[in-house]
Design a binder for this molecule. Structure first.
Ligand code: KG4
Ligand code: ZN
Length: 331
């Protein structure tokens, strides 16, 4: 057993990636292994839950073993195991939770259930300690789209979330309409750069409040496809509509609650258009923009491991029961 016991193993299996990583308290990533299931789900144009569960079962032990070996440590030496307990797909979550529970018992190491959304939030501090408070958080992923205000890691208030689809879901569906495969986000962004944003797609709820809605935009793109427009112009116009909505809401939140930082996390934070637009907004408002390094924008276990350190300060950290309905303020 190592004398330091200063490392956490993170395990993430909430959706279509089996991931394990070893991270220290400062956010240094000693190892990160991701077994992606993209090829399995590509045929269906989205995640097929039962196939996801089976792929997690097959890859979770080798993924964890490689993460430990790459970090040069072993199970019994760990300070704790942090494993995603929700939100996510129930079958995939149970694979991660049950595996972690068994390993923790065998190794004599505590196992803590982690809120996936808090993982994304901490991704901005991986390999860098940058998030300053108070901060406005924009979380944009395949499962979620919301704005929150953060006074400290323990004090988070939800300001507004989507009433229907997430922005990542809209990207994935538009990607499918354009025949770009799954996931749609990166491919839509690339195609958008080659087109002209000349189609007036709607910008839902642009003029009011901090809530979002993306299903009407998605349907508008679907209807417009009947006119067989140039795909690159569709992508460019769709991305421009998304950016107008996301950045207008960020501006509104920053103006209502003056903050030191704007933190943008979740898979869609990999978008170069969003990164550039957010940088321009933050420069104008004199706010620091905190983005995760690109490789930590999409689902990974390093963010889960880093979030686990916050949970060690709780009197009674959550255990390994799945919890599908967690909000950003929950542990
Ligand atoms: O955070 P994430 O990996 O998983 C969830 O927790 O949902 O986010 C996945 C989402 C997908 O919808 C994917 O299309 C989107 O993030 N995404 C992107 C980009 N990379 C991934 N969206 C826009 N631009 C990207 N470069
Ligand atoms: Zn995620």
């Amino acid at each position: 057993m190592s004398p330091a016991r200063g490392l956490i193993l993170g395990i993430e299996s909430s959706c279509d990636d089996t991931a394990a990583a070893v991270v220290d308290e400062g956010g240094t990533v000693l190892s990160s292994v991701i077994a992606t299931q993209t090829a399995i789900h590509a045929e269906w144009g989205g995640v097929y839950p039962e196939f996801a569960s089976r792929a997690h079962v097959a890859s979770i032990i080798p993924t964890i073993a490689k993460a430990l070996a790459d970090a040069g440590t072993d199970g019994p030496s760990l300070r704790a195991i942090g494993v995603t307990r929700g939100p996510g797909l129930i079958g995939p979550l149970l694979v991660g939770l049950n595996t972690a529970a068994g390993l923790g018992m065998g190794w004599g190491v505590p196992v803590i259930g982690i809120n996936h959304l808090r993982g994304h939030l901490r991704s901005a501090d991986l390999e860098q300690q940058r998030v300053r408070f108070p901060a406005i958080i924009l979380l944009v992923s395949g499962g979620h789209t919301f704005l929150a205000r953060m006074e400290s890691p323990g004090d988070i208030t939800l300001l507004g979330s989507t009433r229907d689809d997430s922005v990542g879901e809209a990207y994935d569906k538009v990607g499918r309409m354009l025949g770009l495969g799954y996931p749609g986000g990166p491919a839509v962004d690339r195609l958008a750069k080659t087109g002209t944003p000349n189609i007036p797609f709607p910008r839902p709820l642009l003029g009011e409040g901090l809530e979002f809605s993306f299903s009407g935009l998605k349907s508008a793109v679907s209807r417009y496809m009947d006119r067989t427009p140039p795909p690159a112009d569709v992508a460019a116009s769709f991305v421009e509509a998304c950016m107008a909505v996301l950045l207008t809401k960020c501006r509104r939140a920053l103006q209502a609650w003056p903050s030191r930082a704007l933190v943008i996390v979740g898979g869609v934070s990999a978008s170069p258009q969003l990164r550039a637009g957010a940088q321009a907004l933050c420069d104008e408002l004199g706010v620091e923009l905190c983005l995760p390094p690109l490789r930590w924008s999409t689902d990974n276990a390093a963010m889960i491991a880093l979030a686990t350190w916050d949970y060690l300060r709780l009197d009674r950290p959550p255990g390994t029961a799945p919890q599908l309905n967690l909000s950003i303020g929950d542990y």
